[in-house]
Design a binder for this molecule. Structure first.
Ligand SMILES: [Zn+2]
Length: 483
């Protein structure tokens, strides 16, 4: 849904941006950014009760200590360091955005990915023409159509309408004729009519009263919006996010979208969804076999976990002895019990069925090193963000097939066929949190990790079931660079 231009009289931000010199814009943005940094604290990344916190009286900010003036070699060294750290951040943000094309793909595999992709693709000639005219990437405009309307040109909710779901004010700003009252009247008559010829005539009239129902015109207006937003914000991905939240919501032009999403909670995941749709359309066009495989894997569970670890190519532990051997050879690592250090407590029910197999509970207190890294990261990060003293509670880690058999008689959530726990890549964390703040910090961390395609998680009744990708540690490093 485009939430685009804030009209001020008959002037708007984009017009002003076009008129004014670009250096003026940059100065204004920098000043605004600096103001924001002081009043709200850019480094305060805490997701919990963001609004409630903003309503509280702001603690007085101590006067900043005068910066140490460096000269000569010291000045040059600190300059070089700043440059290097910015380059590392840019690189991390770019890589994570590419990972997000996969990590955010899950919602598109709703069982109709091929049908929807074909419907979106039929607009390709119009999309290319509109994108070329505005000098933007046609694949981005096409992905926008996928996310906004799934390629249905008639879809409307009474406010937004058409392939790219423009709002009336925005559509008018970019030169479309929009009469919402007429369009709604005609939409109602279209819904009542049974005569195909009559419907065609009514639709023809509607597209004249409200040009958002004329795909070529609406696509042109959306492309022009994206181009204008890119001029103001300086990055294509920020322009896509602006399509969703409006340009005034993204004043800090110095950071890239990836930095804002993975390093803070200042933007939502809209632009990442568009990137994911772009990947789906690319696969539909050029790698259809790969898309079919991915659709099949995604359909198996309530998360992308079997896409991360397909049954055919993933090693599983069959017997308790296999787990013991893996622990001895460091293929599985023991989970530390120092709760104060890790902020993760091990539940008394973890490995509780071991006695039926004649084994000790501690045998099942292990994970693959990658999964252990992610578990430790979650514990540490949730504690940092929420400040909660009470640790998260780990209720399940590695299992073997025998253990899984026993568990099926006890736990209805236990997977019948292929349990990710038997690979050592999955663990469960109880859904009992110290407070709401800890709960939302956990949600924040889970969302970032899933977007980076480092994990896939399922919300079960009692626990969050988390499957970890084999390359998760590399993603953790990138996220840490940004946060
Ligand atoms: Zn589980």
């Amino acid at each position: 849904m485009a939430e685009l231009v804030q009209e001020m009289g008959h002037d708007c931000l984009i017009c002003r941006a076009k008129r004014e010199a670009p250096h003026r814009l940059l100065q204004a943005a920098a000043l605004f950014g600096a103001g924001l940094a002081i009043t709200s604290g850019v480094l305060n990344l805490r997701p919990a009760h963001h609004r409630a916190a903003a309503a509280k009286p702001v603690a007085p900010v101590a006067a900043p200590a005068p910066a140490v003036v460096r000269r000569g070699a010291a000045a040059h060294l600190s300059f070089a360091k700043a440059q290097a750290s910015q380059a590392a951040r840019d690189n991390a943000a770019g890589t994570l955005e590419r990972d997000a094309a996969i990590g955010m793909g899950r919602p598109f595999f709703d069982g109709a990915v091929f049908t929807t992709a074909a419907r979106v693709a039929q607009w390709r000639p119009l999309v290319v023409r509109a994108a070329r005219a505005a000098r933007i990437d046609p694949n981005v405009l096409e992905a926008l159509v996928y996310v906004e309307s799934s390629g249905r040109a008639d879809v409307t909710n009474g406010v937004t309408a058409g392939l790219t779901q423009l709002k009336p004010a925005v559509a008018r700003h970019f030169g479309l004729h929009v009469s919402v009252a007429h369009a709604n009247l005609l939409s109602r008559r279209i819904a009542r009519s049974w005569n195909a010829g009559h419907i065609r005539q009514l639709k023809h009239w509607r597209a004249r009263y409200d040009e958002r129902f004329a795909p070529a015109k609406e696509l042109r207006a959306s492309a022009a919006y994206l181009a204008a937003a890119r001029t103001v914000l300086g990055h294509e991905d920020l322009a896509i996010e602006a399509y969703h939240v409006g340009i005034p919501a993204l004043p800090d032009t110095r950071a890239t979208y990836g930095e804002l999403y993975f390093g803070s909670n200042r933007v939502d995941d809209y632009a990442l969804r568009v990137v994911a749709a772009k990947r789906i359309m690319n696969m539909w066009r050029h790698h259809r076999g790969a898309l079919a495989f991915e659709a099949g894997q995604q359909a198996r569970k309530n998360s992308a976990e079997e896409y991360l670890h397909p049954l055919a190519s993933t090693h599983r532990f069959g017997k308790p002895a296999a787990i013991l051997r893996a622990e001895q050879h460091h293929i599985l690592r023991m989970i530390p019990v120092d709760t104060r250090e890790t902020h993760v407590a091990i539940s008394g029910t973890l490995g509780a069925e071991a006695r039926h197999l004649g084994r000790a509970r501690r045998l099942y207190r292990a994970l693959r090193p990658q999964a252990l890294d992610v578990l430790m990261y979650i514990g540490r990060r949730v504690h940092e963000l929420s400040g909660a003293r009470k640790p998260l509670i780990l209720t399940s880690a590695v299992r073997d097939d025998r253990y899984q058999d026993v568990l099926q008689h006890v736990n209805v959530n236990a997977a019948r066929s292929y349990s990710m726990h038997t690979t050592g890549y999955a663990f469960d964390i109880a859904r009992t949190y110290a407070n709401a703040r800890e709960g939302s910090a956990f949600q924040y961390v889970l969302d970032r990790l899933q977007a980076a395609n480092a994990i896939a998680y399922i919300r079960e009744a009692e626990a969050i079931h988390i499957a970890v990708a084999a390359d998760a540690p590399a993603k953790l490093k990138l996220i840490q660079t940004l946060s």
